[in-house]
Design a protein around this ligand. Sequence first.
Ligand code: PBG
Length: 347
Amino acid sequence: MIVTKDERPAHDTSEAQVPTDEPVGLGLIHRPRRLRSTAGIRALVQETRLSADMLVYPLFVCEGTGVRREVSSMPGVHQLSVDEAVRETRAARDDGVRAVLLFGLPAHKDETGSSAVDPAAPVQSATRAIRDQLDDMTVITDVCLCEYTSHGHCGILEGERILNDVTVSHLVETAISHAVAGAHIVAPSDMMDGRVGAIRRGLDARGFEGVAIMSYAAKYCSAFYSPFREAGDSAPAFGDRRSHQMDPANVEEALREVKLDLDEGADIVIVKPAMPYLDVIRRVKSTFHHPTAGYQVSGEYAMLKAAGRLGWIEEPRAMLESLTAIHRAGADIIITYYAREAARALV
Ligand code: PBG
């Protein structure tokens, strides 16, 4: 019971022993603040620990040599030619990052995104170069058509409709071409139905049973992708992505999507975006117990960068807090444009 000086009965004579400006002890058994009292004790009881090992660094690879073009809505993020992408990967490795996720910016775009399977295209070339020169780095490749199609949609169109099964066969060929180039992991981000199983069968049939699939299993139709579409030059020419990406209002549907991908052979599942969907990450992790990745997307990064630049938040702290939250929610892996900065902050 909490007793303050003023509440003590009149006959209480203990008044004399209590300094008049101090409240009496509260008689509390539990005082959570004890474990927050020193940095040493706080470290002992810390539950969530970020490490650079869990970070994946996305890179946008374009044609040419010596190209390093900053994305205006993503300060610190650049479109990089293959040679620069190798340089950036080496620098990331020196910072402690161990995996990159490659997106391609082809010179040539057409209706069917045919350059996605070109062995000389940026993703395939960068994969070979990184595997060649930095063999301890894990190379993950994004498998989608939106950066390769002239209309910016994630698949093959009939009128304004994206054809699912035809698109899947193109994705299978794309994934195989990434595996041929040396990708350790392919990451289909298109949200077509049945693509994980088809890619698994396609890879296996070509002798790539050792190449893993990290599927964007629960990918929401999010407003937080806008800066990416500048970086990846992949904004849809008309319409939106609601016919394949998920409604932000749904979480049960995310569990069904994840189950389908796992049943089809996904090794790692991604929830994307991350911070607005921490509950989804938690549900996915607790339900399926599979390696789970959270993708802190371009808009999440851009918001933190912008507020940091304006002096409205302390960016380095906000960065680590956001990554800690994603890990705490259940993500084993975090895909983030902050990978290098975070890795440096963590050593
Ligand atoms: C599609 C793809 C997108 C992102 C990753 N893969 C864009 C989209 O779905 O429109 C978004 C990543 C980000 O915003 O950081 N290939």
